[in-house]
Design a protein around this ligand. Structure first.
Ligand code: NAD
Ligand code: MG
Length: 359
């Protein structure tokens, strides 16, 4: 078990990571929220079916309400968000209530946004249940989607604490493991060349990562994310480096329709493309074919899915939050572990996207 401290201007909190991390939840509430009036658990159908009973047992004696939302990206709609707010009002939550976000990144983003906006903000705790959530549960970005763009409606709202019990990860489907692990690869590539080498050596399959290796890589990823958030909570500078792979990744996700490809799988293709641009523009020295072999062995796709047009991808990238004035910004690497943010012209992007697709 490890405890990682996260420091932001807004709040300091910890992330407890490991098998059994959840044993700390009830004592934490007792100690830090003695005047707690009620708890609202927001979870999705899948996680609820698997683990809600266990959570309820842990919180016996508390005034507990549970809102179950659809699994996956469907949780992050206006309708579901509105439903959560109505539920919270009906159950008479007040400013001394607390929300528990129990699930993957989708539930975390939704529940966090409910917490950020209900009565102008009430506290919440993240209880992540996916590998990806080592990224999403830390840093306080919370959001829902708009039909015109992912995560377009949101806030910065830091959790009170994060309890990351790795026992939950045992039931994760393979595609979700891949999705989450892509963000760990991202953390390594943007911040820590040694960590990247360590991943190459230690992670050769995703269905049976040894407990100690899994804990090690998640803790490392959380520290990297925490360091960046500490320096730049509101994404005015270095936090943007966390978007490595995401400029194209988000566009691919959007074009495929959320659901045909997972977030991490799309980001991984985005990272491959960003690595290619980094080699060409910044002279990055990087063994791309070794990287490609490794990720293909782990079951990732290394090409943009069939039928997705380069023009449409470009249009999506121009509309993205990360671009300003219609200029597309990319995070590239000078070296492994040292990112820069750069504007890439439409012409260059189109031509390289077309090449990348033909490969
Ligand atoms: P998710 O919450 O949709 O979970 C993926 C799937 O796994 C869902 O179907 C879910 O029901 C299921 N699941 C969750 N835990 C499980 C478990 N223990 N066993 C079996 N099944 C389980 O998605 P995710 O991949 O965790 O996160 C993706 C979301 O996170 C996206 O919406 C993305 O925008 C967001 N995100 C946010 C941030 C941030 O900083 N806020 C960062 C990265 C990603
Ligand atoms: Mg991401």
């Amino acid at each position: 078990m490890e405890t990682v401290a996260i420091r932001t201007l807004d709040k300091n909190y910890f992330v407890k990571v490991g098998n059994g991390a959840m044993d700390g939840l009830a004592p934490f509430l007792k100690e830090n929220f003695p005047a707690l009036t009620s708890l609202l658990v927001i979870t999705d159908e899948t996680v609820g079916r698997l683990y809600l009973q266990e959570l309820e047992n842990r919180l016996e004696g508390q005034q507990l309400h549970v809102k179950v939302v659809p699994s996956g990206e469907e949780a992050k709609t206006f309708d579901v968000y509105y439903g959560c707010l109505s539920f919270a009002l009906e159950k008479k939550l007040d400013r001394k209530s607390l929300i528990l976000a129990f699930g993957g990144g989708a539930v975390g983003d939704l529940a966090g946004f409910v917490a950020a906006t209900f009565m102008r903000g009430i506290p919440f705790i993240q209880i992540p249940t996916t590998i990806l959530a080592h990224d999403s549960a830390v840093g306080g970005k919370v959001a829902i989607n708009h039909p015109l763009g992912k995560n377009m409606i949101g806030a910065f709202h830091q959790p009170e604490a994060v309890f990351y019990d790795l026992r939950y990860l045992e039931t994760l489907p393979q595609s979700e493991r891949r999705s989450g692990f892509a963000e760990a690869i991202k953390h390594a590539l943007i911040k820590d060349a040694e960590f990247y080498e360590w991943l190459l050596d230690n992670v050769t399959r995703l269905d049976a990562i040894q407990d100690s290796i899994l804990e090690g890589l998640l803790v490392k990823g959380i520290r990297i994310k925490g360091d960046i958030v500490e320096k730049d909570e509101k994404e005015l500078g270095v936090r943007a480096f966390l978007n490595f792979g995401h400029t194209l990744g988000h566009a691919i996700e959007g074009e495929c329709g959320y659901g045909r490809i997972t977030h991490g799988e799309a980001v991984l293709i985005g990272m491959l493309f960003a690595l290619k641009l980094s080699k060409e523009i910044l002279g990055l020295s990087f063994d791309s074919s070794g990287f490609r072999d490794w990720i293909e062995k782990l079951g990732y796709k290394s090409a943009i899915p069939e039928g997705v047009s380069a023009d449409n991808l470009l249009q999506r990238m121009k509309q993205d939050k990360k671009s300003t004035g219609g200029k597309v910004m990319f995070v590239l690497l000078k070296e492994t572990g040292s990112p820069v943010k750069m504007e890439i012209s439409d012409e260059l992007l189109l031509s390289r996207l077309n090449e990348f697709q033909r490969r």
